[in-house]
Design a protein around this ligand. Structure first.
Ligand code: PEP
Ligand code: MG
Length: 362
């Protein structure tokens, strides 16, 4: 409705005059990205790429890759995904019209990607000319008791560098194409490495990401600029942020995992016993919804205080669920974050909360 849009726009305009933090969105589909743009998002702060691997036949190619024995076989399987992955990113850059787009490399609990149904296991065995037993042996070897603490994030990029290389090619090729089609925009890809807990992990992965990206840019004769940064979502990353900042163009706080790992509460199961904590008045708020400023917040402050002095250009954001919660947004403002990123429908709330935080500080 035009009237609501008009009044809504006017109020948001007032808020935007005051706020100093940018507001980005968490989006991995063009529809979400467009909706968020309409609601005022100034970039994508987190594009999760996990769901993309389940579209069409991609999961079959991915499973082929997991069960392959050589680098060449793994690369050949991922080649089948690359053109579609490039298309995914092209659509997101188009929707963002030259605003920054942070693409987070694959961060699944790996067990969700392996087949469990007999029929799928047989299909995979047939496709690879292997026996069902051979495929089951690979699946068994990937079994973990604590997948959320296990083989995910940058650890996957260490064990299967071919995935990160494929995603780098897709990010860069898509950016070059969209930049060519829209010379009036400045396409700004930001590659985000998840679950880093040690500078050596970031260095190891960044090396082949940068080599791959630079080779793509040179082959296309392009002058595209891109950034490589990291999520800060493991307490150890916050504690060693001075080292990590030397290699990162940006930090983005993944406060969902950071809350999980700081409290030692499983983010997937916490609701079950936290209700008793509210009844017993041990907790007033769900720390997964409202940022725990005393603990998780201290780690965030520590990461900024350690990271900024060694890298003046370091920019810092948040993309955990807290990025759309008003009191958490206010806290992020007090820490001096450059942006908050939240789901599309929370973008207006974040714009208002960021403005209120700035006004309260005056
Ligand atoms: C996080 O951990 O806060 C985050 C944004 O990543 P994900 O929720 O995908 O783990
Ligand atoms: Mg996370």
């Amino acid at each position: 409705d035009a009237t609501i849009a008009g009044e809504f726009g006017r109020i948001m305009g007032w808020a935007d005059k005051y706020r100093t933090m940018k507001v980005r969105t968490n989006a991995d589909t063009p529809a979400d990205a467009k909706k968020a743009r309409e609601l005022g998002a100034e970039g994508i702060g987190l594009c999760r790429t996990e769901h993309m691997f389940f579209e069409g036949n991609r999961i079959d190619a991915f499973r082929e890759m997991i069960c392959a024995e050589t680098v060449e076989e793994r690369e050949a399987a991922l080649e089948k995904i690359l053109p579609e992955q490039q298309g995914d990113f092209e659509k997101l850059y188009e929707a963002l019209e030259g605003n920054p787009v942070t693409i987070r490399f694959l961060d699944p609990p790996l067990h969700e990607f392996v087949p469990t149904e007999e029929e799928d296991i047989k299909k995979l065995a047939d496709a690879q000319g292997k026996t069902v037993e051979q495929i089951k042996a690979v699946i068994d070897s990937l079994h973990e008791f604590n997948p959320m603490m296990g083989h995910r994030g940058c650890r996957l990029a260490v064990t299967y560098p071919e995935i990160a290389k494929m995603q780098t090619k897709a990010v860069i090729r898509a950016a070059i194409n969209v930049q060519k089609a829209h010379p009036e925009w400045k396409v700004q890809p930001e590659i985000m490495i998840p679950l880093v807990g040690d500078i050596k992990e970031l260095k190891y992965v960044k090396k082949f990401v940068v080599e791959t990206a630079d080779a793509e840019i040179a082959a296309a004769g392009s002058d595209l600029k891109y950034e490589v940064g990291t999520m800060i979502e493991i307490p150890r990353a916050a504690l060693t942020a001075d080292e990590i900042a030397k290699e990162a163009d940006f930090f983005c706080f993944g406060t969902n995992d950071l809350t999980q790992m700081t409290y030692g509460f499983s983010r997937d199961d916490a609701g079950k016993f936290l209700d008793a904590y509210y009844d017993a008045k041990i907790f007033e708020n769900d720390p997964f919804a409202k940022l725990d400023q005393d603990g998780v917040g201290k780690l965030m402050k520590m990461a900024i205080d350690l990271g900024k002095p060694v890298n003046e250009k370091l920019h810092v954001g948040i993309c955990g669920e807290h990025g759309g919660d008003p009191s958490s947004v206010e806290f992020c403002h007090s820490l001096g974050l450059d942006y908050v990123s939240c789901s599309p429908f929370r973008v207006p709330i974040a714009r208002l909360a960021a403005a209120q935080a700035a006004i309260a500080q005056k």
